[in-house]
Write a protein that binds this ligand. Structure first.
Ligand code: GP9
Ligand code: MN
Length: 438
């Protein structure tokens, strides 16, 4: 009911993290090009895979160069927060600053009917942006076609806009190189400024598409085929993104755009991590749930060509924090929106990262699968001091409050009552994604 919204509003007010004036608005008016890096984990950044002759192969040389660039706001303590909705949960988090559901996918269950105040709509109504999502898979996957209308996307180029055949695709759609190549003809006709999202999906489980020589990258040599193929597909993704950047530069779009890149969730599941351990210089025998928690880091980078204020930021945060971070860089005031995350560049950031099941990570401690660990040595704390025990309870409460607030918003469809944003309600029927850019 509208009354439930009151509690949400006071939560949001209390947790609002004011923008950092050093960065506020530095990307104002630029196009936004978001590249979804399927299943890419932070450990891959700067990682070098050894082949059987002991020779080292950098897995993602291009992404590494962007990660280390002064023009990039890079985050190395950024965690995914998805659950069963996987990619679609990441989209929910990144573009709404709300969580997915604790069971199933919010896109599938509520995406077609709820009211949202998402990135494409905010930028359209406050700054005149056009928006488009690009993905070489069927629009019905994760109920995207219906959900995107409620997020305010003007265009959705799904697989029906691409030449997809047996040679250039796999079960989740078009491979990344042809995907970017074939996207260009739509992208260059978009009215600027635009907000765009490219869901590149080749680096998806089971990582079995780029095993032959033509991929040009060695397999890892563990007993787990999934792990073995992961590096080669990640390398393919890296090359595809580099090609896309080359196009952006050649077309001139690069200079008046910013490029946001994020990994949506883990690619190697916890049950496989102990087999990965030796490749990370760790032992299989001592691999723990603390290590599993640390593996949930994913890349998050905001590349702002021409800027030199970037660098690697160590703030602890998660996908829920991405939207306020981005909007502040674009010079958009977020204080009147219902967003549950905090700008990662803000000095007010609380740095309590919630996982969807109530576990959490802070800069010093990790709570995962029922145990509290010290980040400094990775050891479980069996007899916490009274102070620490009290702190841990406070963190747990903060996390469950953030999650329950999200659930209340989504399950009660509360944004339909929220007019203080100044955003006019979206009429989803105005969007017809079959007509392209006519
Ligand atoms: C398919 C892609 C895969 O369209 O988004 O999603 P995932 O399996 O990672 O949720
Ligand atoms: Mn995914």
């Amino acid at each position: 009911s509208p009354n439930d919204l009151k509690e949400v509003e006071s939560y949001v007010k209390e947790h609002y993290a004011a923008p950092n004036s050093d960065y506020y608005g530095i990307a104002k008016g630029r196009n936004v090009i978001t590249i979804h890096l399927e299943s890419l984990q932070q450990f891959v950044i700067d990682y070098k895979l050894k082949d059987e002759n002991g020779q080292e192969h950098e897995v993602t040389p291009f992404l590494n160069s962007i990660f280390h660039s002064n023009s990039t706001f890079s985050f190395d303590n950024f965690f995914h927060q998805v659950k069963a909705g996987k990619t679609s949960d990441a989209e929910t988090l990144m573009e709404n600053s709300l969580f997915g559901l604790n069971q199933g996918s919010l896109f599938s269950q509520l995406g077609g009917k709820n009211t949202f105040q998402a990135a494409p709509d905010i930028l359209k109504q406050t700054a005149g942006y056009t928006s488009a999502s690009f993905h070489g898979n069927s629009g019905s996957f994760w109920n995207r076609t219906e959900t995107y209308k409620n997020l305010g996307y003007d265009y959705f180029f799904d697989s029906s806009y691409y030449d997809v055949n047996d040679e250039n695709s796999f079960q989740y759609g078009l491979h990344d190189k042809p995907f970017f190549q074939q996207s260009v003809k739509y992208l260059e006709r978009l009215q600027q400024p635009f907000y765009s999202k490219f869901i590149a999906v080749s680096n998806h489980y089971p990582y079995s598409e780029f095993k032959n020589d033509e991929a040009g990258f060695p397999m890892a040599n563990t007993s787990d085929e999934t792990i073995n193929g992961y590096f080669a597909t990640a390398n393919y993704l890296d090359k595809a993104v580099e090609e896309f950047f080359n196009y952006l530069k050649a077309s001139g779009l690069y200079d008046n755009s910013i490029i946001v890149m994020y990994g949506d969730h883990y690619g190697i599941s916890n049950s496989r991590n102990s087999d990965l351990a030796p490749l990370l210089g760790k032992s299989k025998e001592t691999w723990s749930n603390f290590d599993n928690a640390q593996m949930q880091r994913v890349p998050y980078m905001v590349h702002v060509p021409g800027q030199d204020k970037g660098g690697i930021n160590h703030t602890y945060g998660g996908e829920v924090d991405a939207l306020p971070t981005l909007l502040h860089l674009l010079g958009t005031d977020t204080s009147k929106y219902i967003q549950l995350g905090q700008d990662l560049l803000s000095k007010d950031n609380d740095q309590i990262v919630a996982f969807r099941d109530g576990d959490y990570v802070t800069p010093e401690y990790t709570y995962y699968s029922g145990s509290l660990y010290s980040n400094s040595n990775g050891m479980p704390i069996t007899e916490p001091s009274e102070t620490l025990q009290h702190q841990a309870e406070t963190w747990k409460e903060a996390v469950s409050k953030q999650l329950s607030t999200s659930d209340n918003i989504n399950n009660g469809d509360l944004l339909r009552f929220y007019s203080a944003s100044g955003l006019k309600p979206i009429d989803a029927s105005q969007f017809d994604y079959k007509n392209g850019l006519n």
